[in-house]
Design a protein around this ligand. Sequence first.
Ligand code: GDP
Length: 458
Amino acid sequence: MLENLSQRLGRVVKTIRGQARLTEANTQEMMREVRLALLEADVALPVVKTFVEQVKQKAMGQEVAASLSPGQALVGVVNRELTDLMGGDLGPEAGELSLAVQPPAVILMAGLQGAGKTTTTGKLARWLAQGNHVQQGRKSGKKKVAVVSTDVYRPAAIEQLKTVAKQADVDWIASESNQKPADIARAALEHAKRQHIDVLIVDTAGRLGIDEVMMQEIQMLHQILNPVETLFVVDAMQGQDAVNTARAFGEALPLTGVVLTKLDGDARGGAALSVRQVTGKPLKFVGVSEKLDGLEPFYPDRMAQRVLGMGDIVSLVEQAQQNIDMAQAEKLASKMKSGDKFDLNDFREQIAQVKKMGDMGSLLEKLPGEMAAAASQLQGGQAEKQLRRTEGILNSMTPLERAKPELLKASRKRRIAAGAGVPVQEVNRLLKQFEQMQDMMKKMKKGGMAKMMRAMGG
Ligand code: GDP
């Protein structure tokens, strides 16, 4: 995600940092690089112009000139301006939804066909149902969520939402293609009230372009539902087109925010950087995978750091905390420390935990600069694939075999390999790796870190 932009800006940041003195000439040169990087990322031209102007002005200012390390100070300016550009001026509420109303709080989803509305409806429903939403710095607790589709033009769309709702484990309110969207909306609202639903998310019909009929329909739905949030879903890969569509939509409907989907496939990042400035609406969430856990609240400050190659450790830790069972993790850690009690059952549990942390790609990307670049080599799902294979092998063993790997003689290995659909060599490799791991743990226990480092030749 945004690899091109962050690699380029990361390089500029490195050069800036290294400057012992900032002169008019080298500042100009660096700002030219920033400008080019932004234009290449398909950021809207007026946005680029304003941004560069702002940074230049501040670069000339006292704060930078008087600083002991002007390069570092200039990086600070770029970081702050980038944060503001993406909505940092909105304060901590930027990634939040206003759910503190008499329930049901209604969220109306709008967007063109294929933008990712239905998928995002499911992601958001799951997000809220699992209690991941944060309001004023606090988790707002698990919500009772229901979803409904008013897309009567494509029966497949209603079915798709039903499937997604099931995966997200939230209520799905039935609708039929022979109903009127307005009737569906009224009935869903009634249903939600009766069932004490906290949040009702309404997925709507999209079209290929903005047209009068679609606008009228969604305006009517807006009137009936009186939503607390009206989110416009756009595909980041559409770049500036996405931003322009969002602006046009925002002129006809009181949008409260934008969701940018498919950021995982967007190497450039223009939409993420321009949407706030061009539409005047906050970017609230970004979609980072096709899967239902692929939704992240959008924090301008964290995104700025990520784009500048400085990493986003805060989100990384949060993502890990959200999905990991801490008690379980601690149990595993203490077993690892004791070395001899750690068997293949524990190893399997460890892999399950890592998998639960979420999409590997989206985790690795949050590492700073070079580490992220190295990690991107693993992309295309390589890391996940390997993890799945290892898990497959472990799953083909019986609990007893996992507890006592020494039982694994040739015939058992053949059975396990066949069960996991891998060659026997791979089973051997896994066992070898595990032995090395155990060895290392034992060394750690006996001689502490120093001895282990020596053993590793370090
Ligand atoms: P709708 O027509 O607006 O309801 O769009 P859908 O929800 O059906 O999504 C269209 C396609 O985009 C589907 O194949 C989704 O799996 C895919 N999609 C949606 N969001 C994301 C995302 O954040 N990342 C990726 N990679 N794919 C997404």
